[in-house]
Design a protein around this ligand. Structure first.
Ligand code: AMP
Length: 120
């Protein structure tokens, strides 16, 4: 499936929609989730146009891949969750419930997070 350049995170990257920015460098932008699921809930996205982790792993350069993961590490330190711990989540495809077709890594923390996957 082709990347949709009008998805909401692409529009945030272009500055068309505001965000509560936490961190930015050449490779990544991090901003607070609009509907936080934990006391700390930040999204880290690559600056390049990648739909999800599959697309990113297949097409992104080693620099882009390294840059995104180093940004996650920097953001976790900046947020103070690297000590107590946090969870990274990257949803891919229908079964995951993914909503926005631009790769984003959720950083969730600030409390005990409980079971990794809710049982329903
Ligand atoms: P996912 O279900 O993994 O695709 O996650 C999408 C996330 O994006 C959800 O947690 C939403 O709350 C969040 N979200 C949607 N629109 C915005 C926005 N404009 N600013 C910040 N977060 C957003």
């Amino acid at each position: 499936m082709a990347y949709d350049p009008n998805n909401i995170f692409a529009r945030i990257l272009r500055g068309e929609i505001p965000c509560k920015k936490e961190y930015e460098d050449d490779f990544a932008l991090a901003f607070h989730d609009i509907n936080p699921q934990a006391p700390v809930h930040v999204l880290v996205i690559p600056k390049g146009a990648y739909e999800n982790m599959t697309d990113f792993a297949e097409r992104a350069s080693d620099s882009e891949i390294g840059g995104l993961f180093r940004a996650v590490r920097k953001v976790s330190a900046q947020l103070g969750v690297d000590g107590p711990g946090y969870r990274m989540i990257a949803n891919i495809g229908d079964d995951s419930g993914s909503e926005v077709p631009h790769l984003h890594i959720h950083i969730c923390g600030g409390r005990k997070l409980g079971r990794m996957i809710p049982q329903d």
